[in-house]
Design a protein around this ligand. Structure first.
Ligand SMILES: [Zn+2]
Length: 100
Protein backbone atom coordinates (compact mmCIF):
# COMPACT_ATOMS: atom_id res chain seq x y z
CA UNK A 1 0.00 0.00 0.00
CA UNK A 2 1.16 3.52 -0.58
CA UNK A 3 1.01 6.39 1.85
CA UNK A 4 1.13 9.13 -0.72
CA UNK A 5 1.73 9.52 -4.42
CA UNK A 6 3.15 12.25 -6.58
CA UNK A 7 -0.35 13.49 -7.38
CA UNK A 8 -0.76 14.77 -3.84
CA UNK A 9 2.81 15.22 -2.68
CA UNK A 10 6.42 15.61 -3.73
CA UNK A 11 7.19 12.13 -2.49
CA UNK A 12 5.87 8.66 -3.17
CA UNK A 13 6.07 6.54 -0.05
CA UNK A 14 4.95 2.98 0.32
CA UNK A 15 5.66 -0.16 2.34
CA UNK A 16 7.75 -2.41 0.15
CA UNK A 17 7.20 -6.16 0.24
CA UNK A 18 10.94 -6.40 0.95
CA UNK A 19 10.23 -5.18 4.48
CA UNK A 20 11.13 -1.52 4.27
CA UNK A 21 9.43 1.80 3.71
CA UNK A 22 10.28 3.01 0.24
CA UNK A 23 10.53 6.66 -0.77
CA UNK A 24 10.20 5.84 -4.44
CA UNK A 25 12.10 7.81 -7.10
CA UNK A 26 13.33 9.98 -4.27
CA UNK A 27 14.87 13.26 -5.38
CA UNK A 28 17.24 13.63 -2.42
CA UNK A 29 18.53 10.11 -2.04
CA UNK A 30 22.14 9.22 -2.62
CA UNK A 31 23.08 9.07 -6.30
CA UNK A 32 24.84 5.78 -5.70
CA UNK A 33 21.52 4.13 -5.01
CA UNK A 34 20.78 2.46 -8.31
CA UNK A 35 17.06 2.44 -7.64
CA UNK A 36 16.90 6.15 -6.94
CA UNK A 37 14.81 5.34 -3.94
CA UNK A 38 15.32 5.76 -0.22
CA UNK A 39 14.78 2.65 1.84
CA UNK A 40 13.97 3.03 5.53
CA UNK A 41 14.13 0.02 7.77
CA UNK A 42 12.28 1.70 10.60
CA UNK A 43 9.46 4.18 10.94
CA UNK A 44 11.74 6.68 12.67
CA UNK A 45 14.19 6.51 9.80
CA UNK A 46 11.48 7.35 7.27
CA UNK A 47 10.12 10.18 9.42
CA UNK A 48 13.61 11.67 9.56
CA UNK A 49 13.84 11.31 5.82
CA UNK A 50 10.46 12.92 5.18
CA UNK A 51 11.43 15.78 7.46
CA UNK A 52 14.43 16.33 5.23
CA UNK A 53 12.07 16.62 2.25
CA UNK A 54 10.08 19.19 4.19
CA UNK A 55 13.18 21.16 5.10
CA UNK A 56 13.87 21.42 1.38
CA UNK A 57 10.47 23.00 0.92
CA UNK A 58 8.80 19.95 -0.57
CA UNK A 59 5.26 18.98 0.21
CA UNK A 60 4.79 15.93 2.42
CA UNK A 61 1.21 15.61 3.71
CA UNK A 62 0.81 15.38 7.48
CA UNK A 63 -1.26 12.24 6.93
CA UNK A 64 1.82 10.37 5.75
CA UNK A 65 3.54 10.86 9.11
CA UNK A 66 0.39 9.76 10.92
CA UNK A 67 -0.13 6.73 8.72
CA UNK A 68 3.37 5.33 8.93
CA UNK A 69 3.37 5.80 12.71
CA UNK A 70 0.02 4.07 12.92
CA UNK A 71 1.31 1.16 10.84
CA UNK A 72 4.66 0.96 12.65
CA UNK A 73 3.83 -2.34 14.36
CA UNK A 74 2.27 -3.85 11.28
CA UNK A 75 5.19 -2.81 9.09
CA UNK A 76 8.09 -3.70 11.34
CA UNK A 77 7.15 -5.62 14.48
CA UNK A 78 6.77 -8.92 12.67
CA UNK A 79 10.38 -8.77 11.63
CA UNK A 80 11.52 -7.95 15.15
CA UNK A 81 9.58 -10.95 16.43
CA UNK A 82 11.31 -13.11 13.87
CA UNK A 83 14.68 -11.95 15.12
CA UNK A 84 13.93 -12.53 18.79
CA UNK A 85 12.67 -15.97 17.88
CA UNK A 86 15.93 -16.66 16.07
CA UNK A 87 17.86 -15.56 19.15
CA UNK A 88 15.93 -17.95 21.35
CA UNK A 89 16.41 -20.89 19.03
CA UNK A 90 20.05 -20.16 18.30
CA UNK A 91 21.34 -20.82 14.82
CA UNK A 92 23.25 -23.38 12.91
CA UNK A 93 26.99 -23.21 12.29
CA UNK A 94 28.62 -25.82 10.09
CA UNK A 95 25.55 -27.97 10.36
CA UNK A 96 25.63 -28.01 14.15
CA UNK A 97 22.86 -26.30 15.96
CA UNK A 98 24.05 -23.80 18.54
CA UNK A 99 21.73 -22.75 21.30
CA UNK A 100 22.09 -20.82 24.47
ZN1 LIG B 1 12.79 10.72 -0.27
Amino acid sequence: MSYCRFMEADVYVFMDTGGFLNCCACNITDDEDQWGSFHAFSTVEMIDHLNTHRMLGQHVPESVFKEIEKDDQKNFMVKVDDWSQADLDGWEVDGRSISY
